[in-house]
Design a protein. Structure first.
Length: 288
């Protein structure tokens, strides 16, 4: 069974769509409380209640996972992202979909807020919600791997417990390596995709982003260390892949361009075919 540990704003929704294209039985579990992780008992329950599932995707897997207690062999997959880019994406997402949040919950006094003001505000306020937001944009990726923010423990778990850690900024490279790893283990895996959950409006201002970046880099010193470590691990896997990597990557990118171009038409045909099939089933049912 594949366990996908979805760290928010790391292209996880797009990767979940790739998983859905590959596996008939995929379970997606959501929990609105970002700091709440599954216990070992709850993961055991996944074994029991979703015994036929090939993949489980969630934001809330806790590490370490006690693999010895489980019925299935797990392949834990995740993606890491540049911490400042991730924080900026989280801010854009919140502004796009939860704009009233700042007035209703953060009690921000102004009508508009830029990312510099947002970072400054959530790091200076003592309210529960502000503290929650600060946690999400401060070494959150390290926190996912180790609740005590022990960077060496986080690195060990990335090596020992994670089947594959991709890099969002190197998404295509990561997918090609993952496909290679899975197929070596006998799992066929298609990696064509259409980007999902991309924030349509970017609340950008280069001056504010630059000002916020200095503070965000300070807040995410551990995440940058883990991110750099994961990049080196990916580089090592690419070396293991061999001389054909660049050729195969270019081939995938060409195929990916065609896939994204034709995907709307393919999706339309599938929707029409599905409606036709449901209509035919209804007619046959009435006929019988």
């Amino acid at each position: 069974m594949i366990l996908f540990m979805h760290i928010p704003k790391n292209a996880g929704t797009t990767f979940e769509s790739i998983l859905s294209n590959n596996f008939l039985e995929i379970v997606k579990i959501y929990n609105p409380k970002h700091n709440r992780f599954f216990t070992d008992v709850e993961i055991l329950a996944i074994d029991n209640f979703f015994s036929r599932s090939e993949c489980v995707a969630a934001h809330h897997f806790a590490l370490p996972v006690n693999y010895n207690n489980h019925k299935k062999e797990y392949k834990l997959i995740t993606f890491l992202r540049d911490p400042v880019s991730r924080a900026n994406s989280f801010f854009n997402y919140t502004m796009m979909y939860k704009k009233d949040f700042f007035i209703n919950y953060l009690n921000y006094p102004g009508k508009e807020i830029n990312i510099y003001e947002y970072v400054k505000f959530v790091t200076s306020e003592n309210t529960n919600v502000a503290t929650e937001h600060k946690k999400i944009i401060s070494n959150w990726q390290t926190y996912v791997f180790d609740r005590d923010l022990n960077i060496e423990a986080a690195k060990r778990r990335l090596i020992d417990e994670v089947y594959f850690a991709g890099i969002t900024e190197r998404f295509d490279e990561s997918l090609l390596i993952l496909k290679w790893l899975l197929e070596k283990d006998g799992v066929k895996f298609s990696i064509n995709y259409v980007s999902k959950n991309r924030t349509k409006k970017k609340y950008r201002n280069d001056i504010f982003i630059k000002k916020a970046s200095d503070e965000l880099k300070r807040l995410n010193a551990l995440d940058y260390e883990l991110y750099d470590f994961a990049n080196k691990q990916l580089d090592h896997l690419i070396l293991q892949y061999g001389d054909k990597f660049n050729r195969d990557l270019n081939k995938f990118k060409k195929n990916q361009s065609l896939y994204q171009f034709y995907h709307p038409a393919i999706r339309f045909v599938n929707v029409v075919a599905g409606r036709w099939q449901r209509g035919t089933n209804a007619v046959m049912k009435n006929y019988k």
